[in-house]
Design a protein around this ligand. Structure first.
Ligand SMILES: Cc1cc2nc3c(=O)[nH]c(=O)nc-3n(C[C@H](O)[C@H](O)[C@H](O)COP(=O)(O)OP(=O)(O)OC[C@H]3O[C@@H](n4cnc5c(N)ncnc54)[C@H](O)[C@@H]3O)c2cc1C
Length: 419
């Protein structure tokens, strides 16, 4: 087959697929982009609460610290196309960026749609044939190399090169339903166990429901399993009707999969991380002095948000009707300990419908990190969330899609030239 004339087929018009198509076409390869939705980048529209946190402006080392699974696999891709390259690409195509808290980058317009529009402009200019409402059912091979892709309507698009960029399984309403995982498996690729990540956690404690809507700011959260510490972070979290959510909890959820054995996973919240236990005890004593003739239940307003008070009283096992001056030293210590280590037992993660990303995917062991090409099937490339790669919030997951998409597109174009 003459690969020079052969058009590459990109399956999936999300972040990774659009970038792969752009890089292949920008490097001279004819490209057809197949997307099953009625528009490109459906998920991009809902990223960053509609504003799209496109990437993070941090340096290379910090970038890799925020990659949870298989960071080393990403080295070449990030080197080939990093956050600065993305910024330049978007700005050259009419989407200027701005930096916000935590080096998060957003379109100046605050519209996620401008990111997709920038890609659409580039794809059009470079002759990419975009076919919407085109669901791919399978990838055809002769056992060693790609021969075509079969669509849901039965038509076969002949090609020797496919970039599979169908995403993961999270937010399936956006089209990410795991199709690519099944196609890769059929071709002999291993897909590691998939789980929802950057997702809320359900707790055993049913009373969390009573705290629904309560947001805790400037707290420290530790997630552990037996003696193993899985995660520790500082920031904001939220109580919900099923358990806990918010930025800290979403980050913690990415490490839930690292639990081992039958030990329960426990969240420990330090409600006053700026104070040592002794400092906190002095602070409680001061509050108690000021309220010495009030009942215990009416003396905690300075220490905790109103919604939390009844739970703290219940868990401290101190008689709420007791006058504050009757609270013993031991009881006061118990309250301080509880404040520094408020625990919740994790029942599990919420589902894919609510998860920002999918953890797990096509095993990176069978993909060449320098090209994104399959080590098993010639002409098959992978890009984006379909791979067993994931990062924390802050623009890192989209950067995974941009970097891997670019490398796959560029390498398949170069391979085309060599044929
Ligand atoms: C609510 C939410 C907010 C997020 N916010 C951010 C953020 O601000 N910053 C950030 O970095 N990350 C964010 N993410 C994560 C980020 O959106 C994803 O990691 C990224 O979109 C993955 O890109 P992808 O192209 O690999 O997959 P996807 O975006 O899932 O795209 C895959 C595409 O393939 C198509 N497809 C699937 N199967 C087929 C098939 N059989 N035939 C044809 N087409 C098919 C799908 O329709 C879809 O369009 C967010 C995710 C969610 C859910």
């Amino acid at each position: 087959m003459n690969r020079d004339k052969d058009q590459a087929v990109v399956i999936g018009g999300g972040a990774a697929g659009m970038m792969a198509a752009a890089a292949a076409a920008g490097n001279g390869r004819p490209v057809i982009l197949l997307e099953k939705n009625e528009k490109l980048g459906k998920k991009i529209y809902i990223t960053g609460k509609g504003r799209c946190n496109v990437t993070n402006a941090c340096g290379r080392d910090k970038f890799f610290e925020n990659i949870v699974s298989n960071p080393k696999f990403l080295y070449s891709a990030f080197h080939a196309f990093d956050n600065k390259s993305l910024e330049m690409f978007l700005e050259n195509n009419g989407c200027n960026l701005k930096e916000e808290r935590g080096e998060r980058m957003f379109p100046v317009s605050d519209h996620a749609s401008d990111v997709t529009a920038a890609f659409e402009r580039f794809l059009k200019k470079n002759g990419v044939q975009v076919q919407l409402r085109s669901e791919v059912r399978s990838i055809e091979t002769d056992g060693e190399k790609i021969t075509g892709v079969r669509l849901a309507d039965g038509n076969v698009v002949p090609t020797g090169t496919v970039i599979l960029a169908t995403g993961g399984m999270s937010y399936p309403v956006t089209g990410s339903t795991g199709d690519g995982h099944r196609m890769a498996q059929t071709l002999g690729h291993k897909v590691t166990d998939c789980a929802p990540a950057l997702v809320s956690l359900e707790t055993e404690e049913g009373w969390c429901k009573k705290l629904q809507g309560l947001s805790l700011k400037n707290v420290s959260l530790t997630m552990s399993c037996g003696k193993r510490k899985l995660y520790q972070g500082f920031g904001e979290m939220l109580f919900t009707h099923f358990g806990v959510s918010g930025p800290l909890v979403l980050s913690a959820s990415s490490f839930y999969g690292k639990k081992k054995g039958a030990d329960a996973v426990v969240l420990t919240i330090d409600l006053k991380p700026a104070l040592s236990e002794e400092q906190l005890d002095r602070r409680i004593l001061r509050d108690f002095e000021e309220n010495r003739n009030r009942q215990f239940k009416n003396a905690l307003g300075g220490l905790y948000p109103a919604k939390l008070i009844s739970v703290m009283i219940e868990r401290s096992d101190i008689d709420p009707e007791k006058k504050v001056h009757e609270v013993t030293r031991q009881e006061r210590r118990r309250l301080a300990e509880l404040t520094k280590a408020f625990t919740l037992r994790v029942k599990g993660r919420r589902g894919f419908e609510e998860a920002v990303i999918t953890q797990g995917g096509v095993s990176v062991k069978e993909v060449n990190p320098s090209t994104m090409e399959s080590k098993l099937i010639r002409g098959l490339y992978f890009a984006g969330e379909i791979l067993d790669l994931d990062g924390l919030t802050g623009g890192f997951n989209l950067q995974i899609a941009w970097s891997t998409g670019y490398l796959a597109g560029k390498c398949c174009a170069e391979e085309g030239k060599e044929q």
